[in-house]
Design a protein. Structure first.
Length: 75
């Protein structure tokens, strides 16, 4: 992940952690940095599972988001 990647569009979907699978619609963000910050905020609720799909088609899991939570705050 490069700093330039953080400025590309991304979509965040937050799934309920313990509930049965349901259809969810993603929320678009103008930058991956914004989507990552929102996903990190969602991690405060242990019942949620945030997933991000980047403009380039990469899928970022809750585990990846936790491991890279400080990236959203960097400039």
């Amino acid at each position: 992940m490069t700093p330039k990647d953080l400025e590309k569009r991304a979509e965040l979907t937050i799934w309920p952690g313990a509930a049965p699978a349901q259809t969810r619609r993603g929320r678009p963000f103008s930058t991956l940095r914004e989507a990552l910050a929102a996903a990190v905020d969602a991690l405060h609720d242990p019942e949620t599972q945030p997933w991000i799909v980047t403009e380039d088609g990469d899928i970022l899991s809750p585990h990846w988001i936790r491991a890279n939570r400080d990236v959203a705050r960097q400039r």
